[in-house]
Design a protein around this ligand. Sequence first.
Ligand code: HEM
Length: 151
Amino acid sequence: MGLRRGIGLLVVLSVAALNLVACATTTGDPPPTLYKRLGGREGIALVVGDFVTSMAGDSRVNARFKDMKGPEIEKLKSHLTDQICDATGGPCSYLGRDMKTAHKGMKITDAEWNATVENLTKALDKHKVDPKDRSELLGLLGPMKADIVGQ
Ligand code: HEM
């Protein structure tokens, strides 16, 4: 290889190496979304499963769900999972009714809301969700209260 070609190759390789260094230092991986930190849709589905079981066993709220049949409960779980996946940055679309419509005419009370949050917290704790992530999720759901309670 001639000197000129050798120098030419060296320049090309040096530029390539500098670009790699620049990429490594300036980009880096983005932090995982809350969706990822919850274990993706599968992780969310496990939490939702325990949450719904816990709601069904809680006399403060279970009268609300007593007339629902197996397939309806499964649909509710699937909707809740999609809703949380969607809200936390996951690749899902919640296609159920909006919260105002879904809870219309139920006159859900503050006490029922609090019991529900308690059951969700319990399910998140059972699955060892980090308290910071737990708060982040509860913070995303909190603003829905206005559309759910007292409708
Ligand atoms: C953050 C709080 C809550 C969220 C995110 C939530 C979410 C949902 C979702 C996604 C559905 C399904 C809607 C659809 O299929 O179109 C639903 C239905 C329902 N929710 Fe909630 N909900 C919450 C709080 C509550 C509370 C506090 C109660 C009562 C204790 C309640 C009782 C119900 C019932 C009974 C249904 C079934 C309605 C039906 O199929 O006719 N929800 N909720």
